[in-house]
Ligand binder design. Structure first.
Ligand SMILES: C[S@@+](CC[C@H](N)C(=O)[O-])C[C@H]1O[C@@H](n2cnc3c(N)ncnc32)[C@H](O)[C@@H]1O
Length: 251
């Protein structure tokens, strides 16, 4: 079995063709403009193949650093951002271990962004706590973070079982996803066939209720600026499918 995203990286953009990254980038940019004071440097965690970065960086002419835990995803991101002539740096780093020193950087960031379910890959609350601690260490005083997660309501209101397949650049992929409401775990298997070789990946994510994440944030030194329902500027609620948290370091 391959590690998550090792084989998927090359077909990830095709599998995510349904995602409206333009809208997502505009939304995150608005959050940064509304809540941030002078956001120049942005660190994206779990930035994947750079689909958000490619759109978000030019909106604010941000000084942009993209990280992801999967080296194969970072490789795709680097190629994509280089091809677009985009001034962004890419590095491999985990949510619970990333540090300024590891990124060979002295200056903390004005903003940290972690969106599209990256947090859901942390299946233990202790890991979410560790991630929030890392985010705090990466931000300057007064800096802000935009972090999202999918909720149990999202999985309950959609098909509990999901299957699709596609072909891109001569490679085929198929995806099968199942949700267990008792454990809150989403298990997705990807089967990728490239050049006659078959790769099998299993991805496990946990859905988090807004109040669970609120409790974890309250135990960190990050202050909640806003908890938004999905892509709106309305407050999140118990049936929100996705919550975008805007957090501030310091007062
Ligand atoms: C659903 S993808 C989203 C990627 C990207 N944000 C996007 O919008 O396309 C989740 C990403 O989180 C990354 N990831 C998962 N667990 C991680 C961890 N513990 N540390 C760093 N990255 C992680 C994966 O490698 C993957 O690229």
């Amino acid at each position: 079995m391959a590690n998550p995203y090792d084989a998927l990286a090359e077909v990830y953009d095709a599998a995510m063709a349904h995602v409206d990254y333009d809208r997502w980038a505009r939304y995150v940019h608005q959050c940064l403009q509304v809540h941030g004071d002078e956001v120049i440097s942005v660190l994206e965690l779990g930035g994947g193949t750079g689909s958000l970065a490619r759109r978000l960086q030019p909106l604010g002419n941000y000084e942009y650093v993209l990280t992801d835990g999967a080296a194969a995803m970072v490789e795709q991101a680097r190629a994509k951002l280089d091809a677009a002539n985009m001034p962004a740096t890419c590095a491999t780093a985990g949510f619970t271990t990333v540090t300024l020193a590891g990124l060979e950087r002295r200056e903390p960031f004005d903003a940290v962004v972690l969106v599209y379910d990256g947090l859901n890959y942390l299946t233990e609350t202790e890991e979410v706590r560790a991630c929030l601690e890392r985010v705090k260490g990466l931000l300057r005083e007064g800096g802000i973070a935009v972090i999202d997660h999918a909720t149990p309501a999202n999985s309950e209101d959609h098909e509990r079982e999901f299957f699709d397949r596609g072909t891109v650049h001569g490679m085929t992929y198929s995806r099968h996803s199942e949700y267990d409401a008792d454990t809150g775990l989403h298990r997705t298997t990807f089967d990728v066939v490239k050049q006659g070789r078959h790769f099998h990946e299993e991805h496990v994510q946990r859905t988090y209720a807004p109040h669970t994440i609120a409790d974890l944030i309250s135990g960190s030194d990050l202050k909640v600026e806003a908890a938004y329902d999905a892509f709106s500027f309305d407050s999140a609620h118990d049936r929100s499918h996705r919550v975008h948290w805007v957090l501030r370091k310091g007062t």
